[in-house]
Design a protein around this ligand. Structure first.
Ligand SMILES: NC(=O)c1ccc[n+]([C@@H]2O[C@H](COP(=O)([O-])OP(=O)(O)OC[C@H]3O[C@@H](n4cnc5c(N)ncnc54)[C@H](O)[C@@H]3O)[C@@H](O)[C@H]2O)c1
Length: 253
């Protein structure tokens, strides 16, 4: 397929739902061969079916981003099936339901940090190994959040994990910039996905999100996918270490 990612190979995590699915479909439409990764294997396979129905190319991998061997399997699949890796989208994540510090037990803390922060670290590290071995750079897009830019858009563990993703993105971007590797993050606001469907169906929370968002509505996963495409394509070739808010103005206030 022709498009902004023609000839590129992308691994996208959390591809079975929400923004990861939207990005997988968009990237494939823009010409990328996509490795759709999710720890719920059937949902990743469904994303692949959706891509193929539109004439794109993709393969599903069941993998948990908080396990190094699984992240390795995802990148190895890209190399074995499509010969290389050009783009890594570290998007998989889980929410802590706005739990305050005293309501955050060790198990919740570990789950959120392991998936949202360690998973992104593993994804960055494995992708960079691959990019360096190929010798012609590469692109990483991490999904942070407006909760990575300030307080009260998540609970304690979620906010800490997303601030971690923002810091990791900046640090790694600087470490590998001279090797042609770009690393950026998107910071979504309230987006209508599987993660937020319970929040959206609670009238009070739904109203609160709409009132605190200057645009007055939830975002759509496709609107985040558009920003990911920008950061993954040559349209952003002089941008690295950046965090791009896609939040209907939420953090502009
Ligand atoms: N929805 C929002 O309002 C919002 C706002 C800001 C940031 N985010 C972030 O966006 C990203 C995508 O979330 P979404 O809203 O599309 O949610 P979603 O629940 O619709 O999709 C997340 C996907 O990630 C998968 N996943 C979770 N843990 C995984 C793991 N350990 N390994 C592999 N896959 C795993 C899930 O199975 C799911 O398919 C997350 O990092 C989330 O924190 C979401």
């Amino acid at each position: 397929m022709d498009g902004k990612l023609k000839g590129k190979v992308a691994v996208i995590t959390g591809a079975g739902s929400g923004m990861g699915r939207a990005a997988s479909i968009l990237f494939a439409q823009e010409g990328a061969k996509v490795v759709a990764v999710d720890y719920v294997g059937e949902t990743a396979e469904e994303t692949v079916r959706m891509i193929k129905k539109k004439g794109g190319e993709a393969v599903a991998v069941k993998a948990d981003v908080s396990h190094w061997e699984d992240v390795n399997k995802a990148v190895e699949t890209a190399v074995q099936q499509y010969g290389k890796l050009d783009i890594m989208v570290n998007n998989a994540g889980v929410f802590d339901s706005f739990k305050f510090c005293l309501d955050t037990d060790e198990a919740l803390w570990e789950r959120i940090i392991n998936i949202n922060l360690k998973g992104v670290f593993f994804g960055c590290k494995r992708a960079i190994q691959q990019f360096l071995s190929q010798g012609n750079g590469g692109v990483i897009v991490n999904t942070a959040s407006v909760a990575g830019l300030g307080a009260m858009a998540g609970g304690t563990a979620y906010t800490a994990s997303k601030h971690g993703v923002v810091g990791l993105t900046k640090q790694i971007a600087c470490e590998y910039a001279t090797q042609g590797i770009r690393v950026n993050a998107v910071c979504p606001g309230g987006i209508a996905t599987g993660m937020t469907k319970d929040l959206m169906s609670d009238p009070q929370t739904d109203q609160m999100i709409k009132m605190t968002t200057p645009m007055g509505r939830w975002g759509e996963p496709e609107e985040i996918a558009d920003a990911m495409l920008f950061l993954a394509s040559d349209d952003s070739k002089y941008i690295t270490g950046e965090t791009l808010r896609v939040d209907g103005g939420w953090r502009a206030k």
